[in-house]
Design a binder for this molecule. Sequence first.
Ligand SMILES: N[C@@H](CCC(=O)N[C@@H](CS)C(=O)NCC(=O)O)C(=O)O
Length: 215
Amino acid sequence: MLKFTAIAFILIVGYSCSEADYKLTYFDIRGRGEFIRFIFAAANHKFEDNRINPADWPNLKASTPFQQLPTLEIHEDSETVILAQSKAIARFLADRFGFNGENEIERALIDMYGCQLGDLFDSTVGKNLTNQQFDTILNQNFKFFEDRLNKNGSGFLVGGKISWADIFLSQMTEFLDKYKNMYLDKYPQVKALDEYVRDLPGVKEWIQNRPTTPF
Ligand SMILES: N[C@@H](CCC(=O)N[C@@H](CS)C(=O)NCC(=O)O)C(=O)O
C-alpha cells in the first residue's frame, strides 16, 4: 500500500510539475528576437533557438499566427501553444521567470517601458534616418530612462528587481554598434543597468556563445 501511494505521489507530482519546452523561431539575426533570447539567458533557462533560413520563410510564413516572426512554441502537458508578437512573448516569459514586477502597478509600468522600447526599435532600427533625427530620438529616450532610473533609485526601471523592460533596454543598446559608448557615457544609470544585465551569468555566457550576426 505504501509502495502504491509513493508511486501515485511521484506520478501526480511528476505530472503537475512537467516542465515546458520552448522553441523560439526567428531569423538568424538579433532583430526583434534577441531580447527574448536575453530573457531566457537571464533566467538561465534553456530553449530551442530555431533560426530559419530566409529561403525557408515563404513556406513557413502562412503557418505563423500573423505571418511574422518571432514565434514561441510552448510544449507543456502534452499541449502546444504558439505565441506571436515579441512583447507578448516577453511578458509571458517574464511572468514565468519572475521578471514582471510584484503588483499591477509595477507590471503596468514595466509594460509601458517595454512598449516604448518597442516603438524605439520601430522608429530607428533599419530606418533611413538622418544623423540628427537618430540622435534626437535616442537622446529623448535615453534621457527618459536615465530620469526613471534616478527616480526609482534601485538601479532598475521599476521596483527593486530586474524586469523584462530592463533586459529589453540593455539589449537595445546593441543596435548602436560602435556608437554605444558615445551615447551611454552620457547616461550613467542606463550604462550601469546595461552592464548589470550583461554581467548576469546566463547573459554573459549567452553573449560569449551566441552566433555572430551583423544586426
Ligand atoms: N509587432 C511584431 C512585428 C514582427 C515583425 O515585424 N517581424 C518581421 C521580422 S523583425 C518579419 O517577420 N518579417 C518578415 C515578413 O513580414 O514577411 C513583433 O513585435 O513581433
